[in-house]
Design a protein around this ligand. Sequence first.
Ligand SMILES: NC(=O)C1=CN([C@@H]2O[C@H](COP(=O)(O)OP(=O)(O)OC[C@H]3O[C@@H](n4cnc5c(N)ncnc54)[C@H](O)[C@@H]3O)[C@@H](O)[C@H]2O)[C@@H](O)CC1
Ligand SMILES: Nc1ncnc2c1ncn2[C@@H]1O[C@H](COP(=O)(O)OP(=O)(O)O)[C@@H](O)[C@H]1O
Ligand SMILES: [K+]
Length: 506
Amino acid sequence: MKILSTTQTREADAYTIAHEPILSIDLMERASRTFTSWFVKKFPKSTFEMVSVICGKGNNGGDGLAIARLLEERGYDVAVFILNLTDNETEDFKTNLERVRQLQDLNKVVIKEVSSVEEMPVFGGDEILIDAMLGSGLNRPITGALADILHFLNECENTVVAVDVPTGVFTDMPTVGACIEADYTFAFEFPKLAFLFPENFHYVGDFVCASIGLDQKYIASVDSPYYYITSDIVKRIYKRRDKFAHKGVFGHALLIMGSYGKMGAAILATRACLRAGVGLVTVHVPICGYEVMQTAVPEAMVSLDEDRFIFTKVYDLPKYSTIAIGCGLSTKNRTRNALCYMLKHLNRPTVLDADALNILGQSPDWFEYIPKGSILTPHPKEFERMFGKVYDNFERNELQRRKAQEFGVYIILKGANTCVATPEGVCYFNSTGNPGMGTAGSGDVLTGILAGLLSQEYDPLEACILGVYIHGLAGDIAAEVESEESLTAGDLVNYLGKAFLKLRKL
Ligand SMILES: NC(=O)C1=CN([C@@H]2O[C@H](COP(=O)(O)OP(=O)(O)OC[C@H]3O[C@@H](n4cnc5c(N)ncnc54)[C@H](O)[C@@H]3O)[C@@H](O)[C@H]2O)[C@@H](O)CC1
Ligand SMILES: Nc1ncnc2c1ncn2[C@@H]1O[C@H](COP(=O)(O)OP(=O)(O)O)[C@@H](O)[C@H]1O
Ligand SMILES: [K+]
């Protein structure tokens, strides 16, 4: 799913109105119905005494008024609070206000105007609040009376659901000024870029998005560097196996991993590589890793280093279809030199993780040796070691895109909404995964999956998108059974099969 900027969304809105054609008031109605259908399922009437909709006077407020009317039709007790802080009312706001006033005349809805925080009501414990104060029309940081009202609302214990954008959040740049702290945000058509960055979680809460019927052809024609990875992208990438396929066609991966005390990383990655469908896997480990590797992963072949404790040299690189290096590797001098030699002599996309990235961070001159199309999988700390400190996630995302372009590589910045940046400067944000995956070794599992997919001739972009999605999906299935708390990296490997099954059924 493409992610559009606010300006582009406004253009898509205008195009839809002109070419569907549809009146803008009817598009607002359609958006509000989409919100309402989700809301009634999420918050059934029986669970709340009352819904209070807090409206501004722009189109976000217009949505709020339409939602108030639609919820009343569904049998909810509804109160509307209109913030009387400006005289600028949009036409669609005015039309929807007329419509709600008719319900007020029938004593079906209560409407109250509020000009300052002192006039805000005391909300009951069972009341749910809908934030329709400001949406994508925010054009300056919120201060003054509106900021006071937002602080008041944030002090209330009530569940807050934001319409389209939480009031005060800038969708395409870092947020400054007061903001509502929503528990849920229902975004029209696309998630906004800001929703994908951790600093806004406090304001956005859990977000969902649904189409309001904007013109899909127009959206497809718009240039945007941002995508959200949904199941339909992944389904297009996933390849079913040929009936006559055999292990020879699923590739032979070489994983260079592990050092004394860190063999677990190599084991997790190797198991994940096998579970991701590789034909053959060889793990190159120091002598101290031989027995543990042979015992823990009997399906894997072992290539032994000359050194007892660390990686120093590997032979026969051309015979492998894919190489991944770095998990539990150490950054000792001889390992560093061996990595440098390999990078200079490898001539195909390689997966680089963990200590391979830490070594690159210590020797920035070596970035140019990385084969084009390789995949680097840093977590934020490793990213910082390689490319330096940043002020916020917007800046980090820009840096990630720039570095991916500069070195012609894929950079997977891991975390919630893991972001894949391509050599063309495009970003794909993942939609699967959960905080249970913040546990030792889950990154090693991703590296193994990526090596397994590359070996099966998924191209690097396909491997990145399918890899992060299936890794997160395995985490989501595992968390449902095991809980987020007790999820371990080994569980990710064990649930990978269920994730593939789920993917096939999507
Ligand atoms: N295609 C879409 O996405 C659609 C969007 N719609 C709704 O329209 C909204 C956008 O509506 P608008 O463009 O009217 O904008 P808003 O309703 O977000 O607010 C605009 C008003 O707020 C004022 N304002 C901006 N920053 C302020 C600040 N810091 N303090 C006080 N006032 C401030 C502006 O001057 C303007 O008067 C969307 O978020 C969505 O809810 C829907 O009606 C249907 C279609
Ligand atoms: N809150 C979260 N939501 C979704 N995924 C997460 C979350 N926290 C961590 N992950 C995932 O778990 C993995 C952690 O990787 P990493 O930090 O490299 O772990 P390790 O070094 O222990 O292997 C990444 O793929 C990351 O995307
Ligand atoms: K809002």
